[in-house]
Design a protein around this ligand. Structure first.
Ligand SMILES: O=C(O)CCC(=O)C(=O)O
Ligand SMILES: [Fe+2]
Length: 517
């Protein structure tokens, strides 16, 4: 699919560029054809208007007969137009397999609604090209270089995706926007087409209000619909039904419509607040044990260039190594992974599956793939002091997030301890003891890594590597490591994950019987 990685969206843009060039060629051919037709028309018309051009003249009589028997048929039956449009069709069909489909349009619409929700953005603002939080005392989260609004039809599509899943909370917001935009432009250029669209939007919006219990609003909108299409039987019946319902029961307007709980998130509010925060929410007075240091970690690899460590939290232990990779290394890793990216999956029981709560594409890189991968592995081994040789660590997983791409709160380790069924145990080297995550790109807005229970979020710091322990020293999962990749609001987010397993680390991180360690 296209929407689940920005790299694919960029490729889609390249494909549209190709389509544009084909359309330009088509227009050029068609203009030439029409110009030739016009010349023929003008020539014959001139002869007909010239009183001196009489068919008494045998030469003119000849050319008249020739025109009618030969020129006109070839003009009228020319296959040039068909050939031109066939070339256009073929050019499109060559690309069609790679073009986004209905699934992508759905995914893209859900992405906009996710950004609306997680960043508490106003739909009206989004439709106007702005990323303004609903509480207007906050500054916009992102100010694009060029402001582009959505069309009435764009809003209608988003609303319809919500409507089709019975999500009237979102369908109402987006269809309201669609209706008011269709009303504004109504009759301004293509009255026929726009009337149809305005009617559709009114129809869906009225039903959404009805389902949400707001009968009087459903009634008003249905009446407006009938104003445009008085003969519609179905809407006429709806109006009668709504009138009857109102007369007998009145509106069911109680609590305002709630956002549907599509995710299995129990801590949605905390998560969203962390995503909206502009970065690491440090305690007002930063405790003295948190801060920056140069680390050699007793490793010869780090003697000449120590790691730049920023300790973010002690419990759970989370540190950020700044400038862990160079720009060139990051580009190499992205380039190596690019062609292999596949929709990311998550472990679910024994299987791996695509899920709405993780929208990205990823690829696995072995250290033999390139000397740069190997160099990174050695560096990660040096800073962590852990054994990363297979099977003590997984291959490097390179991830590219998509439109509104995210990874909702989760643990990296298997939570059902020693559940041998989890794909995580396939390597037979225990659970994931630690994570190293490298930020291979900067993002323009959003995309922080949020630690829900630890109550702070790390903004994307290009080239930095984040490290944390997933397991306690006694081997239990550390519940405080629940974390998430917040939706990317703008930009292209790439990360690389290295998951390190328990086995092989027995003497490097000895266990402890104190459950607090
Ligand atoms: O992208 C992020 O910030 C977090 C990613 C993550 O947690 C994961 O891939 O397991
Ligand atoms: Fe994770």
């Amino acid at each position: 699919d296209t929407f689940s990685a920005l790299r694919s969206v960029r490729q889609a843009r390249g494909n549209e560029g190709r389509l544009l060039r084909r359309l330009r060629a088509y227009l050029r051919e068609e203009s030439t054809r029409l110009r030739r037709l016009s010349r023929f028309y003008e020539k014959v018309r001139a002869l007909h208007q010239d009183p001196g051009a009489s068919v008494d003249n045998p030469l003119l009589a000849f050319s008249l007969i020739k025109r009618l028997s030969s020129d006109w048929p070839s003009v009228v039956y020319s296959s040039e137009a068909t050939e031109n449009s066939r070339a256009l069709h073929v050019g499109f069909q060559e690309l069609q397999r790679e073009l986004p489909g209905a699934e992508d349009l759905d995914g893209a619409a859900r992405a906009l609604m996710r950004l609306q929700d997680v960043y508490a953005l106003s739909v009206k603002g989004m439709a106007n090209g702005l990323f303004q939080p609903t509480s207007t005392d906050r500054p916009p989260l992102y100010s694009p270089g060029r402001r582009v609004s959505l069309s009435a039809d764009d809003c209608f599509h988003v609303g319809k995706v919500a409507y089709d899943t019975g999500d009237y909370y979102h369908s109402i917001a987006w269809l309201e926007e669609a209706v008011s935009r269709f009303r504004l432009s109504y009759g301004s250029w293509n009255p026929e087409e726009e009337r149809g669209s305005l009617e559709d939007a009114l129809d869906y919006l009225a039903f959404s209000y009805f389902m949400a219990g707001n009968i009087s609003h459903a009634l008003t909108l249905s009446r407006e619909f009938l104003h445009y299409d008085p003969s519609n039987q179905r809407v006429t019946r709806n109006v009668a039904k709504y009138e009857k319902l109102l007369a007998t029961h009145g509106d069911r307007v109680g609590a305002p419509l709630q956002r549907p709980n599509v995710t299995q998130l129990q801590n949605r509010d905390a998560y969203e607040e962390l995503c909206q925060g502009l970065g690491a929410q440090m305690a007002p007075e930063r405790p003295s044990h948190l801060g920056c240091s140069y680390e050699t970690n007793g490793s010869p690899y780090l003697l000449l260039q120590p790691a730049k460590k920023e300790t973010l939290r002690l419990q759970p232990y989370i540190v950020l190594y700044h400038d862990f990779v160079s720009d060139a290394e990051a580009e190499t890793i992205k380039g190596l992974a690019g062609p292999w990216l596949q929709r990311s999956v998550v472990a679910s029981g024994e299987k791996q599956q695509k899920v709405e709560y993780r929208i990205s594409k990823s690829a696995w890189l072995k250290d033999t793939a390139d000397p740069v991968v190997q160099a990174l592995e050695l560096r990660m081994a040096a800073i962590t002091g852990l054994d990363l040789r297979p099977p003590y660590a997984e291959y490097l997983q390179v991830v590219n997030y998509g439109l509104g791409g995210h990874y909702e709160p989760h643990f990296d380790h298997a939570t059902v301890r020693r559940s041998r069924k989890s794909p995580l145990y396939r390597m037979k080297s225990g659970n994931r003891i630690a994570t190293v995550m490298i930020y291979l790109s900067a993002v323009e807005a959003g995309g922080s890594t949020a630690f829900i229970y630890a109550n702070f979020s790390v903004p994307v710091v290009k080239n930095a590597a984040l490290f944390w322990w997933n397991l306690r020293r006694n081997g239990d999962g550390d519940g405080d490591t629940l974390h998430a990749g917040c939706p990317v609001l703008a930009g292209d987010k790439w990360v690389a994950n290295k998951w390190i397993h328990e086995y092989g680390q027995e003497f490097r991180r000895p266990c402890s019987r104190d459950p607090r360690d």
